[in-house]
Write a protein that binds this ligand. Structure first.
Ligand code: GRF
Length: 187
């Protein structure tokens, strides 16, 4: 059984999808050992509801120390599922090859500092892109620069807004994130 730690900052619908896919067997051979949030968020309630140990580690002076201490040594994969804190390079290097992120755009486009949440979707609309989607990638010290594991995409329609893109991207994420996790854990 492979041990997952999932880091979140928000509503945690991707976390929920991962939990559901482990239950249904779409993600094989995996257990969520711990959910960590960097702020109060609904995702923590989802973890509690599923009896998954969970922790709130607030941003601040001891944030990285507390985060490092909290992650069990037997962790096979750290999954960033809507986690908004930027992880420091030493942390990314320590867990190299064992830490992945989901990004709400087609990297390498629309990645990097400041490109998160609605900022991404607004930038896609403003640039007149013909398609958007989501990317699962390994995390390295360069923001959104690690090797791409899986992408899914859709056509941007003329009447799309940042809000409709966010909804469409989420649907893509629910498809590719569990697939990518299963792929990495059971390759
Ligand atoms: C996702 O769109 C993800 O790509 C981004 O944050 C969002 C998290 O959504 N990094 P949720 O909390 O899983 O609903």
């Amino acid at each position: 059984m492979k041990n997952l730690v999932i880091l979140i900052s928000g509503s945690g619908t991707n976390l929920q999808r991962i939990i559901d896919c482990i239950d249904s067997g779409e993600i094989r051979n995996a257990k969520v050992n711990l959910v960590i949030a960097d702020r109060e968020c609904f995702g923590l309630e989802r973890a509690t509801k599923h009896n998954i140990p969970n922790l709130l580690i607030k941003r601040g002076k001891d944030f990285y120390d507390n985060l490092e201490k909290a992650i069990p040594g037997n962790t096979d994969l750290i999954v960033l599922a809507g986690f908004l804190s930027i992880l420091k390079p030493e942390f990314c290097e320590k867990w190299s090859g064992k830490i992945i992120n989901i990004h709400p755009a087609l990297l390498p486009k629309f990645g990097g500092k400041g490109m998160w949440g609605h900022h991404v979707h607004e930038a896609v609309i403003e640039s007149g892109e013909k398609e958007s989607g989501a990317t699962v990638h390994f995390v390295t010290s360069g923001i959104d620069e690690g090797e791409i594991i899986l992408q899914g995409k859709f056509d941007v329609e003329e009447n799309d807004s940042a809000e409709t893109l966010a909804q469409k991207v989420h649907q893509i994420e629910y498809d590719i994130f569990p697939k990518a996790i299963d792929l990495i854990l059971n390759k």
